[in-house]
Design a protein around this ligand. Sequence first.
Ligand SMILES: [Zn+2]
Ligand SMILES: [Zn+2]
Length: 264
Amino acid sequence: MGWGRFLSGQAGRWAACGIDLVYPPRCPICHGETGGHLDRSGPAAALHPEPSPWAAAVCGTCVRELSADVGRCLRCGEAGGPADGCRLCPRRPHDWRHIAVLSSYAGGLREAVLRAKRPAGDEVSAALASLIVRKHAAAIGSWGVGRVVPVPMHWWRRSIRGTSAAGELSKRIATRLGLPWGRPLVRHRATRMQNELPIEDRPRNVQGAFRVRRRLDGEHILLVDDVVTTGATLSECCRALLAAGAATVDVAVVARADRSSADA
Ligand SMILES: [Zn+2]
Ligand SMILES: [Zn+2]
């Protein structure tokens, strides 16, 4: 190797070290320094294929804490149920086929979900999307999903917020899974926030609020949202997608408000 090439290689390495010293890598969830010493053989290692540097920086502690969850029913999302349908499923008719949940809407995950909704929350969305895919890639793969779509936000609310958490999450999940992303659903009626309403009023609040831009004949859809509580919004979206010809709709959400945290 010539001296010139050696020196330019060293300079690159020194420059990289310098940047790390000035801007030490920080975890987008807890803002703790990862110190550039991520455990590449541990859970965080699985996050590295993400082309975005954000997700690569999730620290091992956050990966463990946010992904820690009880076993869940993959049909209704109930905590502690068997994966293939629990005793509560018949009492909660749902229009989706399966639901993948990262964890319960509480503690650090609740804070991360709220941060993802803010205008600068895209890096948090990217991290959360990575964690969902890391946890459920095998299940989602077995569902035969062909397209990832977000639960839409009304354009007016999005213009105020400047970001759509479900939109960002769904894009990142699609990239991770190597699937096409699309936005066939539109929220054509501004609805009141579901969490401002009593549970019994929520289905009526979103009834007829969504329409589909084009036919989806035979498509297998993965519908993405950040939080599920009663499932009224997701069900209404599923009905619109199925009415437009979708063959199946499966769901992926970051957090489920379990009974103990349902008032959150
Ligand atoms: Zn962290
Ligand atoms: Zn169930």
